[in-house]
Structure formats: structure tokens, C-alpha cells
Design a protein around this ligand. Structure first.
Ligand SMILES: [Zn+2]
Length: 412
């Protein structure tokens, strides 16, 4: 139990109740206007606790400064405000399970829904902790409002205690991380940090500096549409061709359902269309750039092979880069990673670095020149109705950040 726990609990519950789900299909920035409700709330709160330079940018990020009390590098600290489009996120009703007893967790609004240490062993380690969950109908949004609560609490503590030596701190709450659009082109300059951290990790001790490299593919299949009654020799059904492409890709060995650890995958995320025209999206993930390129090449080959079977059809496959493994940059200078590890050890926590099977705002930020590893928050079972976080884990994350900023400051 740290002194921060009551504030962290109150903040997470308050932020989680605000719907901030992002939307991949939306072209606007931020992708959903509802995210601005939380953005304004956070800007107001930052002003109230005495942060400087509080702004909500055109692209929907909240930025603020905790002024330096000592010499040292400018450190950026980020958390994302949006919640995942993958599950219901409106009307979140956070509740606190005080002093968790180690048994099964049930949910007031979803009889039959159960979480347990058998399903998630990490839960078994949290006996006696205060856990926050949603009510069973929605995700909780601890991803990443736990990070937001931790940074707000850190900023409040540092501003209220100017005797604590630390360099300038830049806080950023970003929108649209879950749809891969959290880092606007203007963010690195607006942040103005020498290096940064995202507070967007899971179990206590996690200090991550490796993420997937990611590409996104859009496949368009144009057939020939005619009345089915008089289609002989004329119709080319785009749906059949799309099905063929999907069928030819390696499903049993290379989809998310069957891989883990350091293995990458291809994953079809949606398909829509008619006999005349079909469009589908595939995401490609691999820890290594060569592996990622090979996955893209395979998809192109499959599309070309199916196109060759039907010259009257038109099949295009466009692959766009999404984000890159931050290890490529961070391993050249491990200072930010080592600093976070040192802060963990100073708090009696053994740091742990596992590759993130996904990306963070830090993946993009690192690629854009601001080295940005990821620090744990405690969040678990994210993107679904079982999502939970331990208040005490959040307390430990706050302590690690507090230690980190002091370790980074130059001794006087
Ligand atoms: Zn997240």
C-alpha cells in the first residue's frame, strides 16, 4: 500500500466512466469527438494541480509540464486516453473489490461471467489487493486510464513537493493509440523531450523496449457483375476470389490464434463487399523486418496467383507500414531502459523485459527520434469484460516513476 493508492483508485474510476472509445473507420483526428471530453477534463485537472503549459492540441492530445527542480534531461511521460474498439466501452461502471480474497470474481451485470486465478495466474498473486473491474458488460479501460491516473498522481505529487529533485517533465495524454494513430507528426516537437516512457504495460516489473513491426494491407477484388440468370460465361464473382485468397494464406500455422512468444502472424480484421467487389484488411506482424517483408511478399504472391486464374478480375493489394519494433533504435542506446530498470530495483521490484505482441505510442515515437520504452501499470485481461487492475500495482508504478525522475536528475 502506498500513499498514492486512494488517489489512483478515485482517478481510475472517474476516468473509466467516461467513454473514450476510438474508431478505426473514422478519418477525423481524434477519431471520435468523445475523447475530447476526457481530454478537457484532464486539462482542467492538470491546471488545478498546478501543472504548467497545459494545452489540448488540434490533434486531441493533452500536454503539460511539470517544471524542473533540478538539472537533468527533459523526460516525456505518456499514456493514452482512448479505449479499444474491440469491445463495448460505453457506460463503463467501475467497481472496487476491496481486499481481494483469491477466489473467483463474478460480475453484477453479467451472471455467468467469471474470472479466476486459474484463468489468469497473475490474479492469484493479488490476494489482499484492491482490484478495479467493470460490471461485466463493458471493458474497464484500465488500458490505458491506469497510465493516465498514474501520471496525473505523479505530476500532482511532484508539484506539491518541489523539494524532490527532478528535471523538466513533459506529460502527454494521447488519443487514438488503440487504432495506431496516437502519435501525430507534430507530437515529437510538441513534446520536446530527450526521451520518454509510455505507461501502458501490464504486470509489475515490466519494462518493455521491443514491440512488433507492423504493416497493414488492403486487398481489393473487382469481379464482373451480371444478372445471375444470364451469367454463364460472363460473371466473375469477387466473393469467390476473395475466399480463395484467404484460403490460400497459411491459416493453421500463422494466425494469431495459433502463435505466441516471438512468432508473428497475418490476421484478417474485416471483409465487406458483394459479388461485384470485395475489400478486406489484413494486418501483418513480425518482430523482425525481414520476417515482416516475407509476410507481405507472400500475401502479394497469393493475390497474384489468384489473379492469374481469372484475368477478367482485378485484384490489388496495397501494403502500408504501421509501426516498427522500437528495439532497432533503443538497443543502440539503452540509457532510458536501464534508467527504468534501475528505478524498479530501487523500489525492490525485479525488472522484466518481454517483447510486446503489439505496438505502443512508444513504437512510433521511438522511430520518430524520441526513444520511448514502456513501463508497467498493472492492467490485466485488457480489451474485454474481464479487464482489471490492482490499485496497489498502480501504486508501485507511481513509485517507480517517482524514483525514475529523481535518478535521471543530475546530483547537485
Ligand atoms: Zn494501451
Amino acid at each position: 500500500m502506498t500513499e498514492f493508492c486512494p488517489r489512483l483508485e478515485e482517478r481510475l474510476c472517474r476516468y473509466a466512466a467516461v467513454d473514450t472509445q476510438s474508431d478505426e473507420e473514422s478519418p477525423s483526428s481524434p477519431s471520435t469527438a468523445i475523447q475530447l471530453t476526457l481530454a478537457r477534463m484532464l486539462a482542467e485537472e492538470l491546471t488545478r494541480i498546478g501543472a504548467a503549459d497545459v494545452t489540448v492540441t488540434d490533434y486531441g492530445a493533452v500536454l503539460a509540464t511539470v517544471p524542473a527542480t533540478a538539472e537533468g534531461p527533459v523526460i516525456g511521460m505518456l499514456a493514452h486516453m482512448d479505449t479499444a474498439p474491440a469491445y463495448h466501452a460505453a457506460g463503463v461502471k467501475p467497481r472496487v473489490i476491496r481486499g481481494y480474497n483469491g477466489g473467483e470474481i463474478t460480475y453484477p451485470d453479467a451472471p455467468g461471467l467469471v474470472n479466476s486465478p486459474a484463468a489468469n495466474p497473475y490474479l492469484g498473486e493479488k490476494v489482499g489487493h484492491d482490484l478495479i473491474t467493470a460490471s461485466g458488460l463493458t471493458l474497464l479501460g484500465a488500458d490505458d486510464k491506469a497510465g493516465v491516473a498514474i501520471l496525473m498522481t505523479l505530476a500532482e505529487h511532484l508539484i506539491a513537493n518541489p523539494q524532490i529533485p527532478h528535471g523538466k517533465l513533459r506529460i502527454a495524454f494521447t488519443p487514438d493509440e488503440e487504432i495506431g494513430r496516437g502519435v501525430d507528426a507534430r507530437l515529437p516537437a510538441d513534446l520536446g523531450a530527450d526521451f520518454a516512457y509510455t505507461l501502458d504495460g501490464g504486470a509489475v516489473g515490466e519494462i518493455e523496449y521491443e514491440s512488433f513491426s507492423a504493416d497493414g494491407a488492403k486487398v481489393k477484388v473487382k469481379g464482373v457483375s451480371t444478372h445471375p440468370g444470364t451469367a454463364k460465361g460472363k460473371m466473375v464473382n469477387a466473393l469467390h476470389l476473395a475466399a480463395k485468397i484467404i484460403e490460400m494464406l497459411p491459416q493453421a500455422t500463422q494466425t494469431p490464434e495459433v502463435v505466441e512468444g516471438r512468432e508473428g502472424f497475418w490476421h484478417i480484421t474485416n471483409i465487406a463487399g458483394t459479388a461485384a467487389e470485395v475489400e478486406f484488411s489484413i494486418i501483418l506482424r513480425d518482430f523482425e523486418l525481414e520476417g515482416l517483408a516475407a509476410r507481405g511478399a507472400l500475401l502479394q504472391q497469393v493475390c497474384a496467383a489468384v489473379a492469374a486464374t481469372e484475368p477478367r478480375a482485378e485484384i490489388t493489394c496495397t501494403i502500408r507500414p504501421q509501426y516498427r519494433n522500437m528495439r532497432y533504435w533503443l538497443e543502440k542506446d539503452m540509457t532510458p531502459v536501464e534508467l527504468a530498470r534501475k528505478a524498479c530495483r530501487a523500489e525492490g521490484i525485479e525488472p522484466l523485459s518481454v517483447p510486446i505482441r503489439g505496438g505502443t505510442d512508444g513504437s512510433r515515437l521511438t522511430e520518430m527520434g524520441v526513444p520511448c520504452p514502456n513501463i508497467f501499470t498493472g492492467m490485466q485481461d485488457i480489451h474485454g469484460p474481464l479487464e482489471w487492475v490492482s490499485v496497489q500495482d498502480m501504486g508501485q508504478a507511481t513509485q517507480v516513476c517517482l524514483r525514475l525522475v529523481q535518478l535521471a536528475a543530475k546530483p547537485v
